[in-house]
Design a protein. Sequence first.
Length: 434
Amino acid sequence: MKPRTRNIVPIDITRRETLLALAGTGLALAGARAVSAAPSDEAAAARSAADQHFASRMASEHIPGLAVAVLRGSGQMWSSGYGWADLERRLPMTPDTIQNIGSVSKTFTATAVMQLVDAGRLGLDDDINRHLGFEVVHPGFRSQPITVRHLLVHQSAIADGPAYANAYACGDPTISLEEWLRAYLLPGGRFHDARNFHGWAPGNGFYYANVPYGVLGHLVERISGLSFAEYCRRRIFMPLGMGETSWYLRDIDAARHAVPYSWVSGGAVRGPVWGGVPPAVVGDPGAATRIDGGYAANCLYNHPNFPDGFLRSSVHQLARYARAYLGAAAGADRPLLQAQTIGQMFRIESGDDSRVMGLCWNAQRREGRELLWGHGGSDPGINANLRLRFADGVAAIVLMNTNVGRPPLPAPLEFAEYLMDHSSGLLAGDHGSA
């Protein structure tokens, strides 16, 4: 499945840098801030410093638009937007701007799975073939079962083969999740490839992958009797008041969707690499040969393996989700998940030298710094990050409409850490917000 093409006009960089300079003066373009009407002196100083910090990093990292929020408990929140959701139409980026949140989506898929575990309808150590309508086995280790836990913690040995990267396409998927998985995982399928599995047995290695979360989404379908998108709408989005969040483009207001921009420089497109396939601009795979030192706009794309990373949401919508997790962990009434289930999800299960994994949620290993649990998102033209600190009930949310690549400390994670580190000042004197 090759991305459909369309004409793309490179963005004028001089104009864009001028706009970022405006943001640096404190004119947070979009200005949607859920804060007290008259912030304290401490909060005003912290927010001004945040404006300057983010504007400086946006200029150095070539980030067209950024929306952020930091919150504590059920009331306090500071949120802001900077730069542009659409450079051509001069639409500002705000905390209500909708965009693809990348692999932060995986936490929603994990939430759906754990709701079924809470209900006793699924076990973490179940062989997935007990529930799927087709048999998935590792071709080199046919007697070794793949479990639900293996999928959640990236130990299933299912890999992102070349077909995964090639399946990004403009618009919503044209095949079902089940059809995609059968074609990808079953011998003889049109997307089947020896590279779709790692060379180690399930449970005996660790490698971050996307396709396993498509399998988890289909497990939800098989057990609940609902499509994965409908299950999430009924059991997660609607209960949390997330009516502007959806897996499908057809269900969101495209006019409020940020344009996902890829920075192109030296003939290279900045973005993630999946299955060994170099990054390209979705909808305009030839952009790297025409644009140097500028932006190319990706189309609004989706993927048949959508439960792994293609949820559309906004900073303010995600704030509702973050509060649900913090509240459930604190023993709130009618929780999204049981408190003991939350604890299980944030217990170290696996990892490598750079990060530890719970059940989906992860934390970076950083010398001299406590583990800060959350999840990031990385896709063509977008980055996202959501962090939770249960000790004091603080969460940080970051969305940006470009992908900054993988420096030693990616900008979205650095921004989230900045919000967490400065949460006391940013929220000072704020006794609650809508």
